[in-house]
Design a protein around this ligand. Sequence first.
Ligand code: SF4
Ligand code: SF4
Ligand code: SF4
Length: 272
Amino acid sequence: MKTSSQRPSVTFFSFTSCEGCQLVVLNAAETFPTLLKHLKIVNFREAMDPTSDQYDIAFVEGSISTRTELRKIKDIRANADLVIALGACAAIGGINCLQDAEKPISIKKARELVYGKDAGKHRLLKGTIKARPVNQVIEIDHYLHGCPISAEELLTTLTDLMIGRRPTVVNHPVCTDCKMAGNICVFEKERPAHAPPMLCNGPVTRGGCRAICITYGETCWGCRGYVDNPNIAEHIKTLLDHGLTVKEAKATLTLYKGYEELKNKTGRPENA
Ligand code: SF4
Ligand code: SF4
Ligand code: SF4
C-alpha cells in the first residue's frame, strides 16, 4: 500500500446505490473536522464539485450494474493506488443482488416481480447488466462493510491509511459484538404463544457494527455479509427451531447475501 503524498488525495465515487454510505462519510466529516485537514478530498459528489481527476485513494460506493459502470470502475482502478469498497452494495452486492437469492432470475423477471403489470412502463438504463459487487470486476484493497457503513470503522480505516498501516477487516460474528454490548440473545428470550418467530443472522454475519440493530431492538438482517467460514447449516437449524420455515430462513439469509449465496453455489458468475 502506498500513497503518493504526505496528504493523500481522496475521491468518492458512487455506482448503483442509495448513497447512504456517503451520507455517513459526510456526517463523520462534520463530527471530526480535524480529520479532513489530513486528507485532500478531490471529488465527492454529495458535497462538492470535483477539483482534480488525480487521486491516491478511491472510495467506491454501490454495485456495478451497467456497462458504463463496468468501464468506469476499471478506469478508477487504473488511476488509484488504493480502492476501498464502501458499504454492502459495493462490498458484497447487498440488496442490489436480491435477484440472485435462492434461484437466480433474469432482469426481465425481476422487473415483473417488482412492477407487476407496469413492468413495461419502467425503462432500464442503457447497458444494464446484473448487479455485482465491485470485486467481481476489479481488485479491491480494503472493505468497509455494512448498510450503511459504520462511521467508527471509517475513521479507523482513514487513520490507518494516514499512518501507513494496513487496515484490518473484522472477522468475528455479530454475536461477539452483541455479547460485548450486554444484550440478551433473542434466541434465549421467552417467546409468548402466537408471537412471531425469533430471527437473527448474527451468528453467521461479520461483526464490527457493535450489534447496533439488536441493541436497539431490531433484527440483524446480516448487512455486513458472511463472516469467514460461517456455519450456515447450523444457523438454519437454529432458525427452524425458533419458528421459521425453511423458505423463510433462507430468505432472511439472502436479503443482503444473494450474491454470496450465488457464488457459493455456482462459483464465479457472469460479468466478472
Ligand atoms: S450499502 Fe446500504 S446505505 Fe450504503 S449505498 Fe448501499 S443501500 Fe445505501
Ligand atoms: S444470535 Fe443474535 S441476538 Fe443472539 S447473541 Fe448472536 S447476534 Fe446477539
Ligand atoms: S446488527 Fe446486523 S443488520 Fe445491523 S448493522 Fe450489524 S450486521 Fe448489519
